[in-house]
Design a protein around this ligand. Structure first.
Ligand code: NAD
Ligand code: ZN
Length: 242
């Protein structure tokens, strides 16, 4: 492991452009459960009810009660050393961006600037009538389900649900970011959810060096250049160059 830590640090030190891809694993040590882990959120809630537009149409009240409790949980959590290591890395690199599947906003709280939110943000809402999107940090929500101030329509969380489209310009900015980088760093993602799962492969196929940090091997680990197994909060601070 010492050898791998040294190698990762060297690769990151020499890199001019870095794209980071993060998943629920980077926030696990902040106390936000992952989806598929032992105490995974999906063990308690049925995603077909709370994470689909269909479920929302059937019962917006139920969906918002779940999101309200998730927002309450997340708003008490803080970034961990892995998040802070990434904000340090952004400051010392000419080109840097984070593609995150997380909706918890912790990369912003820890000080990163160039963040692509692939799956949206739990502290934003979108009106299902007029599409108006805005920040909403009211915790707990006074009114469930909340309504649009502009048109009175139902608001939904501005997160990506199953069968939702990710806007093409978001995908485009991910690909551009990979193109502009020489190294990709993938942290705490199972590699089961597309399109994020394929981004490490795109990086590999276009000649980038890919480093992964995860508790265990993920779907495409075998194809990456370097895989560091362990906790993100312990490994990240050790591989970020001074
Ligand atoms: P996932 O739950 O499928 O996988 C989590 C990965 O993190 C696993 O591979 C696991 O081995 C790894 N991991 C767990 N603890 C770790 C640690 N301390 N250090 C390093 N690795 C660790 O998560 P995913 O791949 O992000 O996909 C799930 C979906 O869930 C995404 O769409 C995301 O939007 C959503 N989600 C987000 C949050 C959040 O915002 N914090 C939380 C749960 C789920
Ligand atoms: Zn509206």
């Amino acid at each position: 492991m010492e050898e791998e830590i040294k190698r990762a640090r060297e690769i990151l030190k020499n890199a001019e452009g870095i794209t980071v891809l993060t998943g629920a694993g980077i926030s696990a040590e902040s106390g936000i459960p992952t989806f598929r882990g032992e105490d995974g959120l999906w063990k308690r809630y049925n995603p077909a009810d709370v994470d689909t537009a269909d479920g929302f149409r059937r019962n917006p009240q139920y969906v918002w009660e779940w999101y309200n409790s998730l927002r309450e949980l997340i708003s008490t959590k803080e970034p961990n050393p892995a998040h802070y290591a990434l904000s340090k890395l952004e400051k010392i690199k000419p080109y840097f961006s984070i593609i995150t599947q997380n909706v918890d906003d912790l990369h912003r709280v820890s000080g990163n600037k160039n963040i692509i939110e692939l799956h949206g943000n739990i502290f934003r809402t979108r009106c299902i009538e007029c599409s108006q999107e805005e920040e909403n940090r009211e915790v707990p929500l006074a009114e469930i389900p909340p309504r649009c101030k502009k048109c009175g329509g139902l608001l939904r969380p501005a997160v990506v649900w199953f069968e939702d489209y990710i806007p093409l310009e978001i995908i485009d900015s991910c690909l551009l970011s990979i193109e502009n980088s020489d190294v990709m760093l993938i942290i705490g993602t199972s590699g089961l959810v597309e399109p994020a799962a394929s981004m490490g492969l795109v990086a590999k196929h276009t000649g980038k060096t890919v480093i992964e940090v995860n508790l265990e091997e993920s779907t495409h680990s075998q194809k990456y250049d370097l895989v560091l197994l362990g906790k993100a909060g312990e490994i990240l601070p050790r591989i970020i160059p001074d």
